[in-house]
Design a protein around this ligand. Structure first.
Ligand SMILES: NC(=O)c1ccc[n+]([C@@H]2O[C@H](COP(=O)([O-])OP(=O)(O)OC[C@H]3O[C@@H](n4cnc5c(N)ncnc54)[C@H](O)[C@@H]3O)[C@@H](O)[C@H]2O)c1
Length: 285
């Protein structure tokens, strides 16, 4: 299975990062989103990210221009019709992902592979909403995609060995290291990370410390690059809440109950960096 063209559904923080690394690895890339604004912002983010790499001397201007020219953007999923591998990176919502896979089944060549960048939702269930469960995988990139080394791979119940081998090879061509997780809510990364972040939000809610005290304690005390509340703002508080809900619903253990404060922030539209305000405030990007 030779992957040459990669489609990306969703041009948000993850989608535009996946598009950038795929184009940088030499794949021809198509990106779709329901919102034209998200596509415009996605292109701007890719250009800024490449601009920083040029400044650092990692790549030259010509290479950056070549990467930008290998990505086509649009609102119609028919753009992915010839994609060899189409990676869904839309909002973390079960019903939405099912609908996207039903739509991709109509639009994308039957022999092509489909992947989901879901952080927590059952890959098996998403695959069952496609016309080709054997050719569907979880391909969990980390944020920010151009900088983070890992892609966590998840096989659904029906995923074939050929699909796994081809998706792993595509991730490796993008310069990533892969791990394999069973298809259980949260997989490996978020099964461990999200309860930690949720506990930090709960500590803030209970007044155990200020946001700075909580973040500094964990950053300097456990030698991680940033504190859990800063990290939650990076990830997006809506995404954190959605993952906690999948863990809570899927595993049924009360230890995964989302903190009421996390829910309040999301209700307020304080989603973190992407909305300009979360646990901290940010300049418009
Ligand atoms: N943020 C993270 O740190 C992170 C890390 C790994 C995986 N993920 C996963 O990646 C996915 C995307 O997360 P994100 O952080 O990029 O979110 P985001 O909010 O930045 O972007 C989501 C994008 O999906 C688009 N969208 C919504 N419905 C769509 C549809 N029907 N068709 C096409 N596009 C649609 C939205 O317009 C938006 O641009 C989620 O499944 C999330 O769990 C996120």
């Amino acid at each position: 299975m030779n992957i040459v063209r990669i489609g990306v559904v969703g041009a948000g923080q993850m989608g535009n990062g996946i598009a950038q690394v795929a184009a940088a690895a030499g794949f021809d890339v198509t990106v779709t989103d329901i919102a034209q604004g998200a596509l415009d912002k996605g292109l701007g983010t890719v250009k800024n990210s490449l601009g920083r790499l040029v400044k650092k001397g990692t790549i030259d201007e010509a290479a950056a221009a070549g990467i930008v020219s290998r990505i086509r953007w649009g609102t119609d999923t028919a753009l992915h019709e010839d994609g060899d591998l189409v990676i869904e990176a839309a909002t973390e919502n079960v019903a939405l992902k099912y609908k996207i896979f039903e739509d991709l089944s109509q639009k994308v060549r039957k022999s092509s592979l489909l992947a989901t960048n879901t952080s927590s939702i059952s890959v098996t269930a998403i695959a069952a909403h496609s016309d080709r469960p054997g050719r569907v995988m979880g391909m969990h990139f980390m944020n920010p995609v151009p900088l983070m080394q890992l892609v966590e791979l998840i096989r659904g119940m029906a995923t074939t060995d050929e699909t796994y081998d081809a998706v792993k090879a595509a991730a490796e061509k993008m310069g990533k290291t892969t791990t394999l997780s069973r298809d259980i809510p949260g997989f490996i990364a978020n099964r461990i990370l999200m309860p930690y972040i949720n506990e930090a939000v709960q500590a803030l809610y209970e007044g155990i410390g200020t946001r700075e005290d909580i973040d500094t304690t964990m950053k300097l005390g456990t030698n991680v690059p940033m504190g859990p509340l800063t990290l939650a703002d990076f990830i997006g508080l809506d995404t954190c809440l959605a993952i906690m809900e999948v863990l809570h619903g899927g595993l049924g253990d009360s230890k995964y109950r989302p903190s009421p404060l996390l829910r309040k922030y999301v209700e307020a539209g304080w989603l973190g960096r992407k909305s300009g305000r979360g646990f901290y405030t940010y300049e418009a990007r």
